[in-house]
Write a protein that binds this ligand. Sequence first.
Ligand code: GLC
Length: 473
Amino acid sequence: MNSKLQAAVDEIVDQFTVDKDFLCNATDHFLESMDSGLQHHTPKREFMPMIPTYVTAIPTGKEKGLFLAADLGGTNFRVCSINLKGDHTFTLEQAKARIPDELMKDSTAEDLFAHLAKKVKQFLEEFHQELNVSEDKLKLGFTFSFPVDQSALNRGKLIRWTKGFDLPDCVDKDVVILFQNELDKLGVKVHIAALANDTVGTLLSRAYSNNPAVTNSNTVVGAIFGTGTNGAYFEKLDKIPKLKKEQITEGTTGMVINTEWGSFDNTLKVLPKSKFDEKLDLETANVGYHLFEKRISGMFLGELLRIILIDLFDQGLIFQDLYKSRGGSLPHRLAEPWQLSSEVLSYLQIDDSTSLKMSGLILENELRLPTNEEERLVIQKITQTVSTRAARLSAIPLAAIVKRVSEQYEDDDKDFEFGCDGSVVEFYPDFQAKILEAIAIINPLKGSNKKIHLKIAKDGSGVGAALCASVAK
Ligand code: GLC
């Protein structure tokens, strides 16, 4: 590699390195930020929302019955029916469809929810004809994976959109009412009994499937590392000062909290800040928010790589011959934002073919980008750098929550496990191993023999929403 290019790449690698001191400081800062969020009712940019969910218990695995779940959270909308068998198992039918781009922005809440209601209707017609004749309304758990100010198990106003959605008239409105209205208009016999974030769903569904007698572990976190990232955990009531007495029913000892950790450190007190992160933020619909998520999750990894490559190009270090041969332009899939998916990065990351020929084919196919070997080496190095930082940063909230909840489990000698879902944690090469490695460095259980396990809770959010609906009155 020529020495100028090498120096530029080394500098980027340096800026993206997350070392032990950083991890430990950031974990402490995360713990402080959790406390601030639990104190203040009105969400502010400075701290994580830490949203009380009105889910007051973790499932035991004995819950039973047929429930519907509808899941809106990223690129797809999913409707499922879940039959909880009461023995840690369930059966599930589901239909999934992409949300049309035109309903994600420049549209209205009514159009979006009318579309979702139609999908629920179609699902029931296809899978549950028998319910048409019944008088009872089926309970539906609505997984809505955006920050919501929840005021009851099935009430919550949208705080702001994330992950590319932008329908301004929906902000501050109760999304359950909007959805229920559209279901009623279509005469669909369904009652939205619970509103759940996907992380809450993942926590509940993993806790339902987990049999501690077999795994010797308690499920303490539900986490998503997919298009976005976030986590939920069970907090004791005396640690949630912002909850008022009248909001709590008698006998409640604690509540599941949706942290919205994507918004950890929006003011960048500790998070790494490179000019690339800054540029990426400016390209998003929620500038200045969810800055942790923008360093970690699937929606952003490809864009970070692209921004870095364009910067190296602007310095005259890569793609120069290509630029000339095209008469002064770069392929549009490289020149335009958001064209590079994290799935592509996962292939580039582990290519070990001679001269990285495999990467060459992938880049041609996905970006229409011809490359030479030196460019491919740079692309692979930057891909690994961006994704390693993401995985190591992902350890911070997990380690912090383990630290925080360990006193809840003082009299219990079981291990701790996280239920995780999302394309990045499930499929990105070595992502899980790197998270666990960084957690071991932070060592949140210092002085105890308990271990930490990471479990994939596939499709957790649907089952979890059904579990939420199952406890609703
Ligand atoms: C975003 C949303 C959050 C969700 C996460 C994972 O961070 O704000 O509610 O849980 O993505 O889907």
